[in-house]
Design a protein around this ligand. Structure first.
Ligand SMILES: NC(=O)c1ccc[n+]([C@@H]2O[C@H](COP(=O)([O-])OP(=O)(O)OC[C@H]3O[C@@H](n4cnc5c(N)ncnc54)[C@H](OP(=O)(O)O)[C@@H]3O)[C@@H](O)[C@H]2O)c1
Length: 318
């Protein structure tokens, strides 16, 4: 399976993994187990997805059944916004590891460069964006430097092999490099043909930070949330379908290959086994430079996932 070697550890991060956002709890263990059986090795989880215990059950069953060894898996998780303060980062990482039933994460990311008021996990977990009233968002003054220092300690303690960030822009990354003892090894961002993110891809290549694209299918995963901004499905646009028929591949496979061909990792989420396999088998062909260019020309800087929609004070992409 194709992979990128991460800076500092040299660990191989598979280029195609399985995304766990919106995988319902009742089917999550089986979904993970079957994905491992199908050949997936990387799982992209997060405290916020609320299904870490069930994902861990799937992993443990696969380990017990001898489908795979722990060291062959690459498990990613993320620290939620309400746990950025120095007294909470390690506690939450340990809680999340406990849910998965793991000793370490291969990669632990700061989910958003947004610090929100602490919510005791015994009170509500995962806490999501809002307070108890389900409406108000309470910011907290924890600078990224404090959170990042704690992330580095997770590496020192062996709780995370690699650490990184998500939803960050160039100016914040450049600032982090001024104080980071351990550089972020991965940046996970929304990236698809409607939002090609060329400048940050270039910056990260320069800095030796690997990129994981999320929402590779653009609006597809957002239709069910009415967060699709009225965008046409990327599975239906000519630039993608023409290339797909030429190569005898599905539009989904073309969209994934458009990223992985440039060493940008992808973590598509699929409900059925056929789609999961289709997505995993998306790296056995090459798009020509012209085809890559035609797909990239769909860029219109259209972002689906913007916390400013929740509260304008969360305008991290402003
Ligand atoms: N860091 C962050 O802030 C962040 C934010 C968003 C997402 N993520 C990560 O990225 C992962 C993927 O992003 P995403 O969930 O937004 O969406 P996505 O993977 O781009 O798209 C998922 C949608 O595409 C459909 N689909 C999957 N494979 C398909 C195929 N081969 N043919 C046709 N349809 C297909 C799925 O339908 P079915 O489910 O019905 O099969 C679902 O509706 C998440 O699960 C999560 O791990 C991270």
């Amino acid at each position: 399976m194709s992979a990128v070697a991460l800076a500092r550890t040299g660990q191989a991060m598979p280029l195609v993994g399985f995304g766990l956002w919106k995988v319902p709890r009742p089917i999550c263990a089986d979904t993970v187990y079957n994905a491992i059986k199908a050949g997936y090795r990387l799982f992209d989880g997060a405290g916020d997805y609320g299904n870490e215990k069930e994902a861990g059950e799937g992993v443990r069953r696969a380990l017990t059944d001898g489908l795979v060894k722990r060291e062959e898996l690459f498990i990613t998780s993320k620290l939620w916004n309400t746990f950025h303060a120095k007294e909470h980062v390690k506690v939450l990482a340990e809680k999340q590891l406990g849910l998965w039933g793991l000793d370490y994460f291969d990669l632990f990311l700061v989910h958003f460069p947004i610090a929100l008021a602490y919510v005791d996990p015994n009170h509500r977990y995962p806490p999501e964006w809002w307070g108890d009233d389900g409406k108000s968002v309470t910011l907290q003054d924890t600078p990224m430097q404090e959170t990042w220092t704690c992330m580095e300690e997770l590496v020192d303690l062996g709780l995370a092999k690699n650490i990184g960030i998500s939803n960050c822009q160039g100016s914040l990354i450049i600032d982090m490099l001024r104080y980071a003892r351990i550089k972020p090894q991965v940046l996970q961002i929304e990236l698809h043909p409607y939002l090609t993110q060329e400048a940050i891809v270039k910056l990260c290549k320069e800095l030796g930070i690997a990129i994981t694209a999320y929402s590779s299918f653009g609006p597809q995963g957002y239709y069910e949330l009415s967060m699709d901004r009225g965008a046409t499905s990327l599975f239906k646009v000519d630039a993608v379908t023409t290339v797909a028929s030429k190569h005898g591949k599905s539009p989904a496979q073309v969209l994934l290959r458009w990223a992985t061909q440039r060493d940008i990792a992808v973590v598509p989420k699929a409900s059925g086994p056929e789609r999961a396999v289709e997505n995993l088998k998306s790296d056995g062909f090459e798009l020509s430079a012209e085809e890559m260019k035609a797909i990239s020309a769909l860029n219109c800087d259209l972002r689906m996932n913007d916390p400013a929609d929740i509260d304008p004070r969360l305008g991290i992409f402003a």
